[in-house]
Design a protein around this ligand. Structure first.
Ligand code: DGL
Length: 259
């Protein structure tokens, strides 16, 4: 059983890649909708949520937990790894592929305020982005759109222009999606940024990393393509996103829980 969690439905952009790569695995997903967004909450609060959710997922049988949230990874992955004996996969800000492929030497990063504050982000910048100019933008309001099921249209584009335009004006030729909610806005971002921009979603790389990790664990139980989707809040947007990823999930797979 693979546990996956996020502050909301954003982590489903990671689940989508996990499922594409390993549909035969069992998954338990938790959307912490009742406490979303995490992006501007105190770090201690996010650690507390991440720990409660980890316990919940382990209780449901998770042998591995994918922290499908950049903000929660930045705040809690170190703490969780020290405290729990199971492996954790965290989100890495995809600065490296952006810096390596940029021709203009300018890359944009869109993430939450907490992700930019974390040492994980700063270490990644130091390691991989010393030769490029990085334009950082906090995507205020974007998580709320995705949580409400709104991923395109004039309202979304108006907010996206605020973040994407300054990146383009500075000459950026790559935009790193540093929050797992943002891949759901990719076509709206593409519409604004045009075809010449490399939009980088780290989710496929995270799925591959999870696959390798699972292969290294010996004696795993046989999986049976079972999927469970929990939310601490409303399940309707989660339900509609999941239906586009997995065609045949029964309604009973979606449950509201208190965690
Ligand atoms: N999806 C999340 C991330 O990757 C969290 C966004 C939020 O809750 O603010 O950062």
């Amino acid at each position: 059983m693979i546990g996956v969690f996020d502050s909301g439905v954003g982590g489903l952009s990671v689940f989508r890649e996990l499922y594409a790569l390993m549909p035969e695995q069992d998954y338990v997903y938790l959307s912490d909708a009742a406490h979303c967004p995490y992006g501007n909450k105190p770090v201690e609060y996010i650690i507390e949520r991440a720990e409660a959710i980890t316990r919940f997922l382990i209780g449901k049988g998770a042998e591995v937990v994918v922290i499908a949230c950049n903000t929660a990874t930045a705040a809690a992955v170190k703490y969780l790894r020290e405290k729990y004996p199971i492996p954790f996969v965290g989100m890495e800000p995809a600065i490296k592929p952006a810096a390596l492929t940029s021709k203009t030497g300018v890359v944009g990063v869109l993430a939450t305020a907490n992700t930019f504050k974390g040492s994980l982000y700063h270490n990644t910048l130091e390691k991989f982005a010393s030769d490029v100019e990085v334009i950082e933008k906090v995507g205020a309001g974007l998580v709320e759109f995705v949580e409400g099921g709104l991923t395109e249209g004039p309202e979304v584009e108006k907010v996206l222009h605020r973040y994407v335009d300054p990146m383009l004006e500075s000459g950026a030729d790559a935009i790193v999606l540093g929050c797992t909610h943002y891949p759901f806005l990719e076509s709206a971002i593409r519409k604004i940024a045009g075809d010449g921009i490399n939009i980088i979603n780290p989710a496929p790389a995270i799925a591959l990393q999870t696959k390798r990790l699972l292969e290294s664990i010996e004696g795993r139980k046989h999986s049976s393509s079972q999927y469970l989707f929990y939310s601490t809040g409303d399940t309707s947007v989660m339900h509609s996103i999941v239906s586009k990823i997995v065609p045949s999930v029964p309604d009973q797979a979606f449950l509201t829980v208190k965690v």
